[in-house]
Design a protein around this ligand. Sequence first.
Ligand SMILES: N[C@@H](CCC(=O)N[C@@H](CS)C(=O)NCC(=O)O)C(=O)O
Length: 220
Amino acid sequence: MRLYGDRASSNTRRVLALARHLKLDVEFTFVNLFVGENRSPWYLALNPNGTIPTFKDGDVVLFEASAIMIYLAECAGPAGSALWPSGTARFEVLKWMFWAAEHFRRGPAVLIDERFIHRLQGRDENPVRVADAQTSVRRYADVLNRYLVGRAFVVGDTPTLADIDLAAPFSHVLRTRAPFDDYPNLVAWHMRLLDAIPSWRTTGEDLEQRIVAIEASFAS
Ligand SMILES: N[C@@H](CCC(=O)N[C@@H](CS)C(=O)NCC(=O)O)C(=O)O
């Protein structure tokens, strides 16, 4: 099994954290977006979107981090089943995974472009896009904050793939300045996830180290 990505990417992090948590033997190939490796023919042959992460296991080639996560959970036996439950709980997990992609992560994705990528490229942030993204972040953070009242995790008492999908935007909060701190249940839930899934914490540390290297490469 091989994962293609960058430790600085929150979408790559979701997969790396899960693979580490499940103790799966997944090799890693670094794909440097900043020099256009994701646009090279060999990479586009694997993933025509040119996005990271991409995953390969024999003939199985997947893009979309959530699809990769489900594949890994299904490979991993009981530890995987705990994060990817069967029955009606699975539909709850899927519901939040889709919601994370369609709503919760969209504002932060704009903010990382505007406040990090554009800054590296020497461009100013676009105030209209930033304001719209912040409105979106607040709208959905409020939904999740209210949902989490009296709940340890989004589905049941232990983490599932849905929690990892929802936690991804916390990866770049130092850069996006997404106002998650205004939502106390969200902050407490994220702390519980860091404790319950130690690889979520360690991949967060790896990500910050890689960000330092990226910033340095642009400064030189
Ligand atoms: N929905 C995709 C998003 C992938 C994505 O947008 N990745 C970013 C990095 S975090 C990327 O590859 N950006 C480069 C580009 O869009 O060209 C997933 O979950 O895997």
